[in-house]
Design a protein around this ligand. Structure first.
Ligand code: NAP
Length: 246
C-alpha cells in the first residue's frame, strides 16, 4: 500500500479521470474526499471509496467559488484533521475556433480549469504549510503543450496550469510540499466521448501506442507523484499520452 492512512482530496472526482484517481488512492490505503459539483454522483463515488474499506467525505463544491472551498476544507479538517494530498482534476472544454469563440466560453474554461486550480491550491497550501508536508498534483493536458485548433481557451488554461505548478513547486518546497502535474493525452471519458468521429480518428493516428488511454492509466501516474516513490520529484510534468508528445 503506497498511501496507507493518507488523507487525499480529489476535485472533479464524481466521474472519469478524477473518479479513477480517487478509487486508486483508496485501493492504496488512503481516505479520500470526493469533491465535485454533481451532488448525487459525488455521493455515489464516496460510497465506492467506502466499499473499498476506506473513509470518505462527499463534498459538493464548485472550484470557482473560493468561499465554498474554504468551507469545504474546514469540513475535511473537522473530519480528518489533516490533508496530505490534493489533486486538482476538475476541468471542462468549450471548443470553438478562435473567431467564433464566445467570450463567455473563454472565461468559463479559464475560470474552472485554471482559477479553480489556483483556488484549491491556495486554500490547501495554507494547511499543508502548517503540517510542513504535502503533495499537490494538477491535471493539465498535452494540449497545453502543443495547442489544438478549436481549443485556444482549453490550451491556455492547461498551459497556465503548468506555469502555476512550477511556480508553486518553487514556493512550497521549503515546507516539504511537492507540486507536480500530469498531462494526459486522449483518455476515454465522457469529456472525449462527445468528440466527432472524424476528430477521434485523426487523434488516434497521432498516438504511437495506437489506442486511447484509460482513466486508470492516468491515475497510476498521479499515484507515483503523490507517493514516496517520487520523494525527490517536484515541479515536473508527466505526459500520459501513449507517446503523442515526445
Ligand atoms: P469529465 O468526465 O468531464 O469529468 C470532469 C468532472 O469535473 C465532472 O464530474 C464535472 O462535473 C466536474 N466539474 C466541472 N466543473 C466543475 C466545477 N466548477 N467544480 C467542480 N467540479 C467540476 O472529464 P475527464 O475526462 O475525467 O477530465 C478530468 C480532467 O482531465 C480535466 O481537467 C481534463 O481537462 C483533463 N484531461 C482529460 C483528457 C481526456 O482525454 N479525457 C485529456 C487531457 C486532460 P459535470 O460533469 O457535472 O460538469
Amino acid at each position: 500500500m503506497l498511501l496507507k492512512n493518507k488523507i487525499a482530496l480529489v476535485t472533479g472526482a464524481a466521474q472519469g479521470i478524477g473518479k479513477a484517481i480517487a478509487l486508486c488512492f483508496a485501493e492504496e490505503g488512503a481516505d479520500v474526499i470526493i469533491s465535485d459539483i454533481n451532488e448525487s454522483k459525488v455521493k455515489e463515488t464516496a460510497r465506492e471509496v467506502e466499499a473499498l474499506g476506506r473513509k470518505s467525505l462527499a463534498l459538493t463544491c464548485d472550484v470557482t467559488d473560493f468561499e465554498e472551498i474554504e468551507k469545504g476544507l474546514k469540513l475535511c479538517l473537522d473530519k480528518f484533521e489533516r490533508l496530505d494530498i490534493l489533486v486538482n482534476n476538475a476541468g471542462i472544454t468549450r471548443d470553438a475556433l478562435l473567431v467564433r469563440m464566445k467570450n463567455s466560453d473563454w472565461e468559463q474554461v479559464l475560470n474552472i480549469n485554471l482559477t479553480g486550480t489556483f483556488n484549491w491550491t491556495k486554500s490547501a497550501a495554507k494547511r499543508m504549510m502548517k503540517q510542513k508536508d504535502g503533495c499537490i498534483v494538477n491535471i493539465a493536458s498535452v494540449i497545453g503543450l502543443v495547442g489544438n485548433p478549436g481549443q485556444a481557451n482549453y490550451a491556455a488554461s492547461k498551459a497556465g496550469i503548468l506555469g502555476l505548478t512550477r511556480s508553486v513547486a518553487r514556493e512550497l518546497a521549503p515546507w516539504h510540499i511537492r507540486v507536480n502535474a500530469v498531462a494526459p493525452g486522449f483518455i476515454a471519458t465522457q469529456m472525449t466521448e462527445k468528440l466527432p468521429e472524424e476528430a477521434k480518428s485523426k487523434m488516434l493516428a497521432a498516438i504511437p501506442l495506437n489506442r486511447w488511454g484509460k482513466p486508470e492509466e492516468v491515475a497510476n501516474a498521479v499515484l507515483f507523484l503523490v507517493s514516496d516513490l517520487s520523494s525527490y520529484v517536484t515541479g515536473q510534468v508527466i505526459n500520459t499520452d501513449g507517446g503523442m508528445v515526445m
